[in-house]
Design a protein around this ligand. Structure first.
Ligand code: 9MR
Length: 355
């Protein structure tokens, strides 16, 4: 996995956003409120490197310390609004995540939502949230992670995940969400976002089939879905990467007249050697190998990482290392200095064609 002589050199040290923009690609990252509002150094780096900002928590119904939906009739846009101000001040686009998802739902959801009112609740949420940001969003993850975690184990032919939305509204909830979204903000790119389509494991193959099946059904129905979001939470230790199959999947998605966004990229290094130089090389290799395949598909218009610097990554909490060393899954280190993964992104943007 580790090749000490692999070349990650770059010819031009320009911000990633500029290298990407040269090819008509958008580069950006997710961040939380505190990171861009209270950490000045980080905020400056973010504005320098990125052209799009995705709130990691603040546009979910309820996540971390943020309650976009404190109660069935209330919306609190204060945190997300401040992030949008930050984005606009620094000429960043703003991307919304996520309107219809089975996670990050507030406590009241379970008590209040049922078969009778689920459609109304969904409509009220999408219309109010998208309406609030109407005309100011790059894109929205309208439906997130609707395919089963393990599609092989699914009892359903459509491999849809058992969620409250499916339970209350049936499989058409996805089409419904997109139709409501298209009316609520006709300018935003409407995205179906999912994970687990990257490798050639039996599970990822099944996930690719299921996602493609879902997208085909939606397109046949005339659902206003505009793009597939591929999360790309990658693993530094995976041996199952198969460029040909991934490339074919992207081609199949593009053939449905859909754009593709890489929406949450990072490389989990929790199983990699402790040595930082080796670890960073392996992580960088995964970034470059993956992106060189993905960017070969002209339908791919954006690359977004799930965090920008190892200073702030959900993986330190969700997938810590057993040797307690800090994880290093992102392009910049904890001191906000570029790592080899940054070079890998720069090289991938430099080497690809203009969209
Ligand atoms: O990184 C996010 C973490 O801080 C939150 O606790 C969690 C629940 O809201 O969501 C994480 O982000 C997820 C994203 O919203 C959807 N794809 C998977 C991401 C990582 O779990």
């Amino acid at each position: 996995m580790d090749n000490p002589s692999r070349d990650f050199s770059i010819t031009e040290w320009l911000p990633l956003r500029e290298l990407a923009a040269d090819k008509d690609i958008i580069f950006g990252a997710s961040a939380r409120y505190n990171q861009v509002i209270s950490d000045e150094q980080f905020a400056a780096l973010f504005a320098q490197e990125c052209s799009v900002l995705v709130p990691e928590w603040e546009l979910k119904w309820s996540a971390g310390d943020y309650q976009l939906r404190p109660s069935p009739n209330e919306f609190d846009f204060s945190a997300a609004d401040t992030m949008l101000d930050f984005a606009q001040t620094h000429n960043l686009q703003f991307r919304g995540h996520a309107l219809v998802w089975h996670e990050s739902l507030p406590q009241w959801f379970q008590q209040v939502v049922n078969h009778q009112n689920a459609e109304k609740v969904m409509k009220h949420h999408i219309e109010t949230v998208m309406g609030h940001y109407r005309g100011r969003m790059h894109s929205w993850d309208v439906v997130n992670e609707a395919i089963d975690y393990d599609p092989i184990a699914s009892q359903r032919a459509d491999r849809l995940r058992q969620t409250p939305w499916l339970q209350f509204l049936g499989p058409d909830y996805i089409d419904l969400a997109f139709r409501i979204a298209a009316r609520a903000d006709p300018d935003a790119l409407l995205v179906y976002n999912d994970f687990g389509v990257d490798y050639n494991t039996a599970m990822d193959k099944a996930k690719r089939r299921a996602v493609l099946g879902l997208l085909k059904r939606l397109k046949t129905k005339g659902t206003p879905v505009h793009a597939l979001g591929i999360q790309a939470h990658l693993h530094g230790d995976s041996l199952d990467f198969d460029p040909k199959s991934l490339r074919q999947f992207l081609k199949d998605v593009a053939a449905l007249d859909l754009k593709i966004l890489i929406t949450e990229m990072d490389v989990n290094d929790s199983q990699l050697p402790r040595d930082i130089q080796r670890r960073d090389r392996i992580v960088a290799g995964v970034y470059e190998d993956y992106l060189s395949v993905v960017l070969d598909e002209p339908a791919v218009i954006a690359v977004i990482t799930w965090g920008l610097s190892d200073r702030y990554t959900y993986l330190s909490e969700f997938h810590p290392r057993s040797d307690h060393q800090p994880v290093r899954p992102l392009p910049m280190d904890t001191n906000l200095q570029p790592k080899l993964a940054w070079n890998a992104l720069a090289r991938a943007f430099q080497q690809t064609r203009k969209r």
